[in-house]
Design a protein around this ligand. Structure first.
Ligand code: SF4
Length: 292
């Protein structure tokens, strides 16, 4: 494949064939992220994409999963994206799912019928970065969308029948806003009701703009112990009736926690409480209050 620059994909796409439709991220302004900072965003030409799809199909004809890269393939205009999906379907006969990253903006720019048609043409699931449910934090990290827009986008995905795999970032409010972050993030998840939920932990690369705030003393990163407390607070406040597969086992996380909500909620809470009560067993330094 003719990949331009470093390719990022969710851990669950490890076995997927990656087809790059866009180079970089259309937003590229989140202050905690450096994933595509050295890529100038552009959408590849349709003719180039189709050529790459055909070349990939000649090599990997029986592939079952395809992930559309880079940062937000859903930003591509509907007709072009639909044509690309049709070309993929015509060339890969064993395909079970096509997935991509998405953003609130790219979802909201599509009509409900357009999203439904993309779904019918194989776009089974998309990864939506919620990050936080608090407007103050979303503004601070320059997310490019507010709480209301993220909720609308999440609900629209559900209505279109596209599986929503959402991510939130523990520690994104720093020490100052950990309580606000936990409360608002739990409540946004309760409204969006994602099918999958991943809680990552804030890992700040030195070239991410938010890192400067850390250096200047304007943002205090949560300790691992405080991150566990924040996660417990989020889980405690979740009130989901429909099934949601929860994962906090990304490389960024200090401890791997997973389960299916709502049935595993109490088990997850018990595990988190055990860690909080026995920090030494987990090489953690207990700091501050044990709840927010
Ligand atoms: S977090 Fe996502 S939307 Fe924000 S700049 Fe990074 S890739 Fe783009």
């Amino acid at each position: 494949m003719n990949y331009k620059g470093k390719i990022w994909r969710p851990p669950s796409e490890a076995k997927s064939l990656i087809i790059q439709l866009t180079v970089g991220c259309s937003h590229n302004k989140c202050t905690f992220c450096n994933m595509y900072k050295n890529k100038k965003f552009h959408i590849k030409k349709e003719v180039e994409i189709k050529k790459e799809i055909k070349a990939a199909a000649a090599k990997y004809k029986n592939i079952e999963r395809i992930f559309l890269a880079d940062g937000d393939a859903l930003i591509i205009k509907f007709e072009k994206l639909l044509n690309i999906l049709k070309t993929i379907n015509n060339n890969f006969t064993n395909l079970k799912r096509i997935t991509s990253y998405s953003s609130p903006k790219s979802i909201l720019h599509k009509s409900l019928n357009e999203l439904k048609e993309l779904k019918q043409n194989g776009l089974k699931m998309t990864y939506l970065g919620i990050e936080s449910g608090a407007d103050q934090i979303l503004e601070k990290i320059n997310k490019g969308a507010n709480r209301e827009e993220i909720i609308k986008a999440g609900k629209k995905l559900k209505e279109a029948g596209i599986i929503n795999s959402s991510t939130i970032i523990l520690g994104l409010g720093g020490k100052e806003k950990t309580k606000l972050h936990a409360q608002a993030t739990a409540s946004i998840i309760n409204q969006i009701k994602p099918d999958y939920l991943s809680a990552l932990t804030l890992m700040l690369p030195e070239d991410a703009p938010l890192y400067q705030d850390v250096k200047n003393g304007n943002f205090e990163i949560l300790t691992p112990y405080q991150t566990v407390i924040e996660l417990k607070e989020i889980i405690k406040r979740l009130d989901l009736e429909e099934q949601c597969i929860f994962r906090s086992n990304h490389a960024s996380n200090y401890y791997a926690i997973k389960g299916t909500l709502p049935e595993d909620k109490n088990n997850i809470l018990e595990k988190l409480e055990y860690i909080i009560d026995n920090p030494q067993k987990y090489h953690l330094k207990a700091e501050g209050l044990r709840s927010l």
